[in-house]
Design a protein around this ligand. Structure first.
Ligand SMILES: [Zn+2]
Length: 179
């Protein structure tokens, strides 16, 4: 798997799961609404903020900001205005062709995005969540690729194929064509 594909996988996972993570953090989320409906005290009452969620939100936010800055600096691009995490992630995704051409930058971007995708998945407590990926399985050509962020693994869910594609930290040309 190339660095470009690997980075794209984890960015897609993060973009998809990030709103769920922020929802978990929000005091106006579903938990708080349920509490009010139940006739509990109003005003200062909020659902307790779960520390592992707020830590993950902060860690990923900082990580995405630092990653975008590092990418733009390395590629000699001008700084861009601050933006929400998904916007920054999409901007990084838009540079993946150029990132892939840089042998130092590509593995860094892949490592960081995979780390953050795994952090997000763990904080959501949903490690077996399969994230639907764009693109086709290189083995069977079905649009059947899913990522498991917790395991930093990509696999094909076509029952006739079930190929597992690992996202290697240091992308190598694929020489092993076993299924
Ligand atoms: Zn397949």
């Amino acid at each position: 798997m190339s660095g470009k594909q690997g980075g794209a996988v984890w960015i897609a996972s993060l973009v998809r799961r990030w709103p769920d993570l922020v929802d978990e953090l929000s005091p106006t989320g579903r938990g708080a609404l349920r509490e009010r409906r139940g006739g509990g005290p109003v005003g200062g009452t909020t659902a307790p903020v779960r520390l592992h969620v707020s830590d993950a939100v902060r860690d990923i936010t900082d990580g995405v900001v630092e990653l975008e800055e590092a990418v733009r600096e390395r590629l000699g691009l001008r700084p861009v205005p601050p933006a929400p995490v998904p916007v920054r992630l999409r901007r990084i995704a838009g540079l993946l062709d150029r990132i892939a051409a840089d042998p130092l930058l590509a593995p860094h971007v892949e490592d960081e995005t995979r780390r953050m995708a795994a952090r997000c998945a763990r904080a959501l407590g949903d490690p077996e969540q399969l994230v639907r990926l764009p693109g086709r399985c290189p083995a069977c050509d079905y649009v059947s690729l899913r990522a498991l962020p917790e395991r930093a693994e990509v696999r094909c869910v076509n029952p006739a194929c079930r190929r597992v594609l690992e996202a290697e930290p240091n992308p190598q040309p694929t020489t092993d064509n076993r299924r």
